[in-house]
Each structure stands twice: as C-alpha cells, then as structure tokens.
Design a protein around this ligand. Structure first.
Ligand code: PA5
Length: 390
C-alpha cells in the first residue's frame, strides 16, 4: 500500500473539508473526465502488437511530442530504466526543444539507423513537435519507400479532427486516438503514453496499477485540502522532493500537472522540485532558512537495491536522511507531506499517477478554476504565430 503522512503540516481549513461531495461531483460530471474510465482492452492489445511489429524492423523509436504529450511516458520510462546497463529498446524523445544542435545531431545519428517515428499531438498544431515531425519525417522519406514508410510512422492525435488526422486519412498511416474528453496532462492512460511505454515496461501492470489508484481517492482529496490550507497560510510554493535521481522527471511531470491545472486566474501553488541529497547542498539552504513561502511534499521509496555501507543498508541511510531532513525543515518552519511508495515499479507508479491526477482535479475545483484548460499557454503561441508562420 502507498502511505500518506500529513502530520508535519499546518492546520487544515475545515471549510474545505465540507466541499468534498461538491468536488467529487464536479469531477464525475466534468467534460474532461475520460481518464477516470477504463481504457478499452482492444486498444491496449493493438498498442502492444504495434510495438512488437515496430521492434521487428526498427532498432529505435523516435517519439515526438511536448507537454502533456511527452512528460508522462518520459517520466515513467526514466523511473523504470536501469542507471547503467541499458539493454532496453531505444526510445529517443524529440519535439520538446527548438535546439538546432539537438535536431541536427539527432538527424545525423538516425541517418544510418533503422528507426520508426511516433508523433504525438492532440491538436496537431503545436509548434515544437510540428517542426521536429517535419524534419524527422523528411529523413524517413529519404530512407524508405512509400510502402515501407507506412510501417515506420505512427500518428497519435485527435480521433476526428486536425492536420495529423487528415494525414492519417489521406495516407493510411497507423494511428492512435487521444480521446476528446482527455486533456494532455491527464492523458497518461492513452496511446500518447502507452505506445512509447509498450516497448520497455510491463504495460498491463502499469495500467492495472493506475486504475487501482482510485482506492486512494479519499487521500487525494485530503492532499488537495492540505495543499490549499497551506496556500491560504502563505505557503504558495510546493517543493516536490525525491531521493532517487531517476524520479527527477516524475517531479517534472508533477510540475506540469499542478502548474497547468491550478495556475490561472491569479491563483495556484507554484510547483518546484529538488533531488536529494544533491540539492541539500544548494536549495537546501533556502528551504531551511530562507523566505517562508514554501512547504514540501516528500516522495519516499520503502524498498530499493540492497548494498551495505559498514553496518548500514545504503537505502536505509537514504531514508534516515529523508526523515531527518523533514524534521530539520519543520524546525525551520517548513511543513511537509510525505507519500511512501513500497518500491518503484509499474504498479506503484500507475497508482500514484492516478492519485496525483485526481488530487490535481479536486484542487482545481477547490480553487474554483477549470482544472482542464490552459488558456495561458496559448498566449505565447499566438505571439509566436504573429512573428513566424510554421
Ligand atoms: O496539458 C496540456 O494540455 C498541454 O501541455 C499539451 O499537452 C501540450 O501543449 C501539447 O499539446 P498537443 O498535444 O496538442 O501538441
């Protein structure tokens, strides 16, 4: 079981607790709650068999997407990958940067490789993936005949509309849908993430874990209430703390989930992150003695690899440090919440992602904002469009 500890936090605003039925009903009736409903088994089987087909003719999968069409699969892939011996199928991510160094080196690298391309964009119009997709597809077209190309390109997009869907309809490329009632940062249980993940993880364990995360809906509500109570007491920054380097992208996923969900109409908590013990020697100073604007959410892992240092188990030392840091920070007037996963595995990553998504949605409703839109992201896109036509 995942465990939740709210004991090192400030007092709870009990008015928020009385809004429980209201926020549950709002999520149940929301136009964007598709991610709470079970994904079709036939789609999961199609995802797995398409991944198996790609493995037969390609050594690499290049995944192009950004934001909610990127971070979910990327963070799970990173969390489950071994640190050094990488004998897994190679999945390369592109489309999150306009770096010409990255793109030209990627294209040079891929030139003599057998690879397939999966472009992921719900709208089909996002600038960064559009550019990456166009450039990498050009290389695919140079390398493969039109007949072969069909086996090397998979498009994940809106089920009916948009330029990518039109391309699928015109050229007959393999495609997967991102359903209408599921937004980017809530799309982990769609092909946008499950297809890239199907290459290297136990997909079914991850999917089952995700849906079993609903058993923590009460805790998800309590977490949303705890965060909002802290926000009302001037703790407007939530620092996510991990003690395992390979979870650092999990924190990036959390930052997007909460930042895009809550940060609108002048409200919301600013999500930040640290990786310990490394960052105890940088931001740790600020947390202990600096401006008292933040609280922390620690993600603790109960069981990890065993290696002895003197009489101690090294992982035990890591967790003793975590507990001690929590106490030290509390002495510096920094409250914290702690979430303990039994281990890093498909099952528990699935469960905790569902927990955080439900909590983010509840939190949006507690803040009286729409948790599922992101109008602010459009502002920069519009500004760019005025200066360049992509
Ligand atoms: O969470 C979101 O909705 C956004 O982060 C989008 O996922 C991101 O902007 C990419 O959009 P699209 O999939 O349309 O390219």
């Amino acid at each position: 079981m995942i465990e939740f500890d709210f004991t090192s936090m400030c007092s709870t605003n009990t008015d928020l607790l009385s809004r429980k039925d209201e926020v549950i009903e709002k999520l149940n009736n929301s136009y964007m709650s598709g991610w709470t409903k079970r994904i079709d088994d036939s789609l999961v089987n199609d995802i797995i068999s398409t991944a198996n087909d790609v493995k037969k003719h390609s050594d690499y999968l290049v995944v192009v997407g950004i934001g909610g069409s990127f971070l979910g699969s990327y963070c799970v892939e990173k969390a489950l990958a071994p640190y050094f011996v990488d004998n897994k199928f190679k999945v390369i991510y592109a489309g999150t940067t306009l770096s010409s160094d990255y793109m030209s080196q990627l294209i040079d690298f891929l030139r003599d490789k057998d690879f397939s391309l999966n472009v992921i964009s719900k709208s089909g119009t996002t600038m960064e993936p559009t550019i990456a997709y166009t450039l990498i597809k050009q290389l695919l077209e140079e390398k493969y005949s039109e007949e072969e190309l069909v086996k090397h390109l998979i498009i994940t997009t809106d089920p009916v509309k948009g330029t990518l869907r039109e391309e699928v309809n015109n050229k007959g490329y393999k495609s997967f849908p991102i359903p209408d009632d599921i937004g980017g940062r809530y799309s982990i249980m769609t092909a946008a993430h499950l297809f890239p993940l199907a290459f290297n993880i136990d997909l079914k364990a991850f999917i089952d874990g995700y849906y079993s995360g609903s058993k923590y809906n009460d805790e998800a509500f309590n977490y949303a209430v705890a965060r909002k109570s802290l926000f009302e007491q001037g703790k407007v920054v939530e620092n996510f703390v991990v003690y395992e380097e390979k979870l650092s992208y999990f924190s990036e996923w959390l930052k997007q989930l909460f930042g895009e969900t809550e940060g609108k109409d002048g409200v919301g908590l600013l999500p930040t992150s640290t990786v310990h013990t490394r960052d105890l020697h940088s931001l740790g100073q600020f947390v202990q003695e600096g401006n008292k604007i933040l609280f922390e959410t620690f993600i603790k892992i109960d069981k990890a690899s065993e290696i002895k240092f003197k009489d101690y188990d090294l992982h035990n030392i890591n967790n003793i440090v975590l507990d001690s840091v929590r106490v030290a920070h509390k002495k510096g007037d920094v409250s914290s919440i702690m979430i303990t996963l039994p281990e890093i595995s498909e099952k528990y990553l699935g469960e905790i992602m569902y927990f955080f998504m439900v909590s983010a949605a509840y939190s949006g409703f507690l803040f009286n904002i729409d948790p599922f839109n992101q109008p602010g992201v459009e502002v920069y896109k519009k500004e760019v469009r005025e200066n360049i036509v992509i």
